[in-house]
Design a protein around this ligand. Structure first.
Ligand SMILES: [Fe+2]
Length: 187
């Protein structure tokens, strides 16, 4: 037969054929782009400063290497590690910022197409005091196109626009190492 979303594929064979898309700056590719699940493989060599508020659940399966999620929860930062072999179901609206510094990392990630009128938000928090510096909400149509458009808006803000209204710290924009260093200095 000719199933609607294609025949089963060998996962690691597919990874080998799609290695280029799993490297920065794209870092992810869809395994079955036509279905109602968003099934992505996410590569490594990538860190980021945004926190994602997803109105739906996400399933993580860290196939190779390690990764971690910075979490923002009610004004405090936390961290969840994804060790090689770990599988995890994340609840809706847990604000997470995935860090994948391992260039050989591979994570199988399943999301849902968003129901009508569901809102995704990207937030950037002050590394010193965890106050919201800037954020944007959207009805997400396309995971790969819609989020990067918002990153670019934030990265283009001036230092004044990225200054924390609570403590005066300047958010370093897309520079995760700088963001993390300020955070560690005040942990
Ligand atoms: Fe602050």
């Amino acid at each position: 037969m000719n199933p609607k979303y294609g025949l089963p594929k060998n996962l690691m064979g597919w990874v080998d054929a799609n290695r280029a898309s799993l490297k920065p700056p794209v870092n992810n590719a869809a395994l079955f782009p036509d279905g109602n699940y968003i099934i992505n493989m996410v590569g490594g060599g990538n860190t980021r400063t945004d926190f994602h508020d997803n109105p739906t659940e996400e399933i993580f399966y860290q196939i190779k290497g390690t990764a971690y999620l910075n979490i923002w929860d009610r004004g405090k930062f936390d961290r969840i590690d994804l060790k090689e072999g770990d599988v995890w179901l994340m609840e809706p609206h847990l604000q997470h910022s995935p860090q994948r510094p391992d260039p050989n990392g591979l994570c199988f990630l399943v999301e849902l197409k968003r129901p009508k009128a569901a809102i995704d938000t990207l937030n950037w928090y002050c590394p010193k005091c965890a106050t919201l510096v800037w954020g944007a909400s959207m009805e997400l149509q396309d995971l790969v196109a819609d989020l990067p458009r918002t990153y670019e808006v934030f990265y283009a803000l001036s230092d004044a626009e990225r200054t924390c209204k609570h403590c005066g710290t300047v958010h370093p924009g897309k520079d995760y190492a700088a963001w993390h260093a300020i955070r560690q200095a005040h942990a």
